[in-house]
Ligand binder design. Structure first.
Ligand code: PMP
Ligand code: GLN
Length: 406
């Protein structure tokens, strides 16, 4: 206990500017509101069902069997081998296990890649709408995010090639690519990825390719960016067990890159967390080696749930945009004519309707007309949760959300 004699004579300093104004994430805030109101949580993307049983048993056995101390800095050889074999087998992405670094979730991979590879003041191109951890990591590195909007055309999102080329021409240090893409659910086609590759080919741009939804591409195959001609040497691929095997709480991910890049990522990573979580690594290796059947079944289930949720949202009168994969789909509430933004809609929805969702405006720097009425919904929840959401959405009295009745 601090005695009166030791009370500080000066007030502690205010937060550092790099975190000033940074509050809880939109995902945490909406989940807390969903819990408070008992809403069906279609906001934060985490499943409410477990992953492969063999993987869970293996983790338990590792813990009770005494595998509980620091492992090697780059991760356990068994997981690095399994990651390399899995990438080669499913995606044709041939890598040496030496080029794999185990991270504390893809989130740490994002931070370590940006901190390790981007100097203060340099630009990092991101595709908007953008997952929140990218701008946060760019902010921590005191670098500058350069958003390039995805274009919405006839319910589908595409790369804005002109804007992208202009951003690259300005000489950024890096770009963060994310396909399958959160929040839109878009799987970028090979042509867009080839355009990106051609644009960065003769530049110094490092491509940080966040592929956490690599197993959740339903309508179009996922292409590992590093497999495009000439791209392996400039790409840091990030992924994680979270979304592949329903273990968002395990925070076990990996970065894959050639030594020149991976050494820099490791230099930052080792002082963020030192090493990854030891006993979970053999369990994730087990899943990569053995759980393709589970994964295929889960993909089919998610796809059916996506179609179901799309049908429900459509029946409420919203426009539903196309989602090729991930946990997410986006709807446009404009046809409901509520006179409110998606942000206001999502703030009121848990209390008024008993469902939670996330406004797409949380994923952009500047809210414009294109995104102001867009809402992201996750369909990765159990049938019971989706039943509840369906019942409530179909019975909703939308006038309770109408601007004039607020
Ligand atoms: N990238 C994207 C695009 C995500 O949606 C998420 C959330 N799973 C992450 C990274 C973070 O992954 P992890 O939980 O492995 O840190
Ligand atoms: N990736 C999850 C989502 O987009 C959230 C992860 C988090 O809360 N950091 O919903």
């Amino acid at each position: 206990m601090e005695s009166q004699h030791h009370l500080p004579t000066r007030a502690p300093s205010t937060p550092a500017s790099r975190v000033a104004g940074v509050g809880p994430t939109v995902f945490a805030t909406i989940t807390a509101e969903a819990v408070r109101t008992g809403a069906a949580n279609l906001g934060q993307g985490f499943p409410d069902e477990d992953g492969p049983a063999g993987m869970l048993r293996r983790a338990a056995a590792e813990i009770t069997g005494g595998n509980n101390q620091y492992g090697p800095g780059r991760g356990l050889p068994s997981l690095r081998r399994a990651v390399a074999e899995d990438r080669a087998r499913r995606l044709g992405h041939v890598v040496d296990p030496e080029d794999v670094l185990v991270t504390v979730g893809a989130t740490e991979g994002i931070a370590a890649a940006v901190l390790g590879l981007v100097d203060r003041g340099r630009e990092v191109v991101v595709l908007e709408p953008t997952y929140d951890a990218y701008s946060a990591a760019i902010g921590l590195a005191e670098a500058v995010a350069r958003p390039v909007r995805l274009l919405l055309d006839d319910g589908r999102w595409h790369l804005d090639r002109e804007q992208f080329a202009a951003a690259v021409a300005d000489g950024p240090a890096a770009m963060i690519l994310n396909s399958p893409h959160n929040p839109t659910g878009t799987v970028l086609g090979r042509e867009d990825l080839e355009f990106i590759a051609d644009t960065v080919r003769d530049t110094g741009v490092v491509v940080i390719s966040d592929e956490v939804y690599e197993r959740l591409a339903f309508d179009r195959p996922h292409v590992a960016f590093a497999t495009l001609p000439g791209m392996q040497s400039r790409t840091v691929t990030l992924s994680s067990a979270a979304k592949s095997f329903n273990v968002t709480g395990w925070k076990t991910g990996w970065a894959i890159a050639p030594p020149a890049l991976l050494d820099a990522v490791t230099a930052a990573k080792q002082f963020l967390s030192y090493v990854g979580v030891t006993p979970l690594q053999p369990a994730v290796a087990w899943a990569l080696d053995n759980a393709d059947d589970w994964s295929d079944r889960w993909g089919r289930t998610l796809r059916a749930r996506r179609d179901r949720l799309a049908g429900v949202l459509h029946a409420t009168g919203q426009d539903v945009l196309h989602s090729d994969g991930t946990y997410f789909l986006v709807s446009d509430i404009a046809p409901l004519r509520l006179g409110i933004s998606a942000e206001e809609f999502c703030r009121a929805l848990p209390e008024a309707v008993g469902v939670a969702a996330i406004p797409v405006s949380s994923f952009v720097e500047e809210v414009d007309e294109q995104v102001a009425t867009l809402v992201r919904w996750t369909f990765c929840k159990a049938d019971g949760t989706l039943d509840l959401a369906e019942e409530r959405l179909l019975a909703a009295d939308w006038t309770r959300l109408h601007k004039t009745s607020n």
